[in-house]
Write a protein that binds this ligand. Structure first.
Ligand SMILES: Nc1nc2c(ncn2[C@@H]2O[C@H](COP(=O)(O)OP(=O)(O)OP(=O)(O)O)[C@@H](O)[C@H]2O)c(=O)[nH]1
Ligand SMILES: [Zn+2]
Length: 358
């Protein structure tokens, strides 16, 4: 007899489908309520949702703190949406762009009754869709609208905290300026998320510590040569050093903007032009200062056959995370390049607030 096999989507697959829905502005059914991301919500959908009953706006405690809203649920606040609230009102709560020009007219009322799991899952969904971390919750009508993705909040939180399994997809020789003997490997997660890359220089001996770099994607620094950060020079310097030593492994992790995505990073840059530092800007947007999942780096190194590294970094958190995930860091190799007058304050903030070693 054949083993029964379900063709329907798994929890991880439904989760990723839900992300596509939220990015389009479509609601998802989350533990018996409707959830939609504020960033992509249209006025028409808001009007339709408003007919269903009381609405709740879920935001993170970081955002709530800026807005002076009460936080009863530790990491988040559930804001009561007034009956006459329009999309501009919701957007002003979600997006700090105009905080200084048009301070929010409060006071905001927060819900404290009931369970916050659903709100937490909705925020986690918005965040991992690289949208602003703010979601609108509405009662589910009876009959429920057809064709919406249905999820369970607890399952969503479990899936998001689980490490994705990455599989090698393809690899080929890529000679580079820094090293002629280079090979690019592409890895794809089983949950439909971002692909990540590994650049292998030379033929590193798997039984010895390898010179390694975990580089997080930075479109502005890596591609445009932005002077606001040190990413471009760090990428070049890491590859150059690997070229000189004749061996190394550089992981290029697609976690743009410390995991918040390029659109949110530009929001953070705009806030930095208003006077906030890199950490404050993330918080005002409702994010943690670093939203990256460093487990991916450890998993890729293991997949490639490495267990010991000499890690090129100024960030002790990267060392700790690799060690915690089964990679021995035999040496931290500093990578101090690319200081400019545009990024001096940024690097000083990383040293003062994120423990970077200058
Ligand atoms: N949110 C946010 N991300 C930024 C900002 N400036 C740079 N980034 C991102 O920060 C990340 C920098 O990553 P890395 O250089 O790998 O890591 P690091 O934590 O600085 O540590 P090391 O470079 O290894 O010392 C990239 O994803 C950049 O896109 C900023 O102002 N805000
Ligand atoms: Zn950068």
């Amino acid at each position: 007899m054949m083993t029964p096999f379900s063709l329907g989507p798994t929890a991880a697959e439904r989760l990723n489908r839900a992300r596509a829905d939220l990015r389009m502005g479509l609601p998802v059914v989350l533990s018996g309520q409707l959830a939609v991301a504020i960033e992509t919500l249209s006025p028409e959908r808001l009007a339709a949702l408003a007919t269903l009953g009381p609405l709740t706006l879920a935001i993170t405690s970081w955002r709530a703190e800026t807005l002076k809203a009460r936080v009863y649920d530790n990491d988040l606040a559930r804001i009561v949406v007034p009956k006459d609230a329009d999309l501009a009102w919701l957007r002003a709560i979600a997006d700090p762009a105009d905080d200084l020009r048009m301070p929010m007219k409060g006071p905001l009322a927060s819900r404290r009754e009931g369970d916050a799991t659903l709100a937490r899952a909705a925020i986690a969904l918005a965040k991992t869709s690289q949208l602003l971390p703010a979601a609108l919750l509405a009662p589910l009508p009876d009959p429920a609208p057809e064709g919406l993705t249905t999820l369970d909040a607890t399952e969503v939180l479990r899936e998001i905290s689980a490490a994705a399994v990455l599989a090698p997809v393809s690899a080929a020789r890529v000679p580079m300026r820094a090293a002629e003997k280079g090979r690019l490997h592409i890895f794809r997660p089983d949950d439909g998320g971002e692909e990540h890359y590994a650049v292998e220089i030379g033929s590193p001996d798997r039984s010895e510590p390898v010179l390694a770099r975990l580089h997080s994607a930075c479109f502005t620094g890596d591609v445009l040569g932005s002077l606001k950060c040190d990413c471009g020079p760090q990428l070049d310097a890491a590859l150059t050093q690997m070229g000189h030593e004749g061996a190394g492994i550089l992981l290029y992790l697609n976690q743009e903007g410390r995991g918040i995505g390029l659109a949110n990073k530009m929001r953070a840059y705009d806030l930095q032009d208003q006077g906030f530092d890199t950490v404050e800007a993330n918080h005002r947007l409702g994010f943690e200062d670093d939203e990256r999942d460093f487990r991916i780096g450890a998993a890729l190194l293991k997949k490639l056959g490495f267990s010991k590294v000499r890690l090129l970094t100024n960030n002790p958190a990267k060392v700790r995370m690799l060690e915690a995930n089964g990679i021995e860091v035999v040496e931290r190799v500093p990578l101090k390049v690319g200081l400019s007058r545009h990024n001096a304050a940024y690097l000083a903030t990383k040293a003062a607030k994120s423990g970077h070693i200058l």
